[in-house]
Design a protein. Structure first.
Length: 160
């Protein structure tokens, strides 16, 4: 009887250990994804403030303007967030003078995207800032996990 109790306890301990290993691995991926997102956000500060087609701060898809930070978790199930309209930009939209982490250092686990919106106030007047959300995701089970960092980039022409 004592051996049976010991066996059940040992089985439970193995299960707890395995769950701990999965959680540790996921936290390492989240930490790495946060560093990747912060790197991209730091580079955004150096980009020109322009909502012009072909520019990295262009608001390509107005579909996501109400949820640029992906509170609906669409990035966790979308195969291609840019094509689905949930992301304004992906890896191919990085400018030629991008000095951050190269795409090769992200593969094969991480993908980075960013969304841009130019909000208006309650009176419908444009606010002189761009809202930026950087989303970095990695595969997990049948879908994706992701981290989101948000910032605002003031229009330098409006700063007095």
């Amino acid at each position: 009887m004592a051996m049976l109790v010991l066996l059940i306890g040992a089985t439970g301990m193995v299960a707890v250990y395995m769950q701990g290993q999965r959680m540790h691995s996921d936290s390492l991926r989240a930490t790495r994804a946060t560093a990747i997102a912060q790197d991209l956000l730091n580079n955004v500060e150096q980009w020109a403030y322009a909502n012009t087609s072909g520019q990295p701060l262009y608001n390509r898809s107005t579909t996501n303007d109400g949820d640029i930070g992906d509170t609906a978790f669409r990035f966790e199930s979308s195969a291609d967030p840019v094509a689905d309209g949930w992301a304004d930009h992906g890896e191919s939209d990085l400018p030629a003078n991008y000095t951050g982490l190269p795409a090769a250092s992200l593969a094969p686990f991480y993908q980075r995207f960013w969304n841009v919106s130019y909000p208006t106030d309650a009176a419908g007047v444009g606010i002189d800032a761009a809202n930026i959300a950087v989303i970095v995701r990695w595969p997990s089970g049948p879908g994706w996990r992701r981290v989101v960092l948000m910032s605002a980039k003031p229009n330098p022409a409006a700063v007095h």
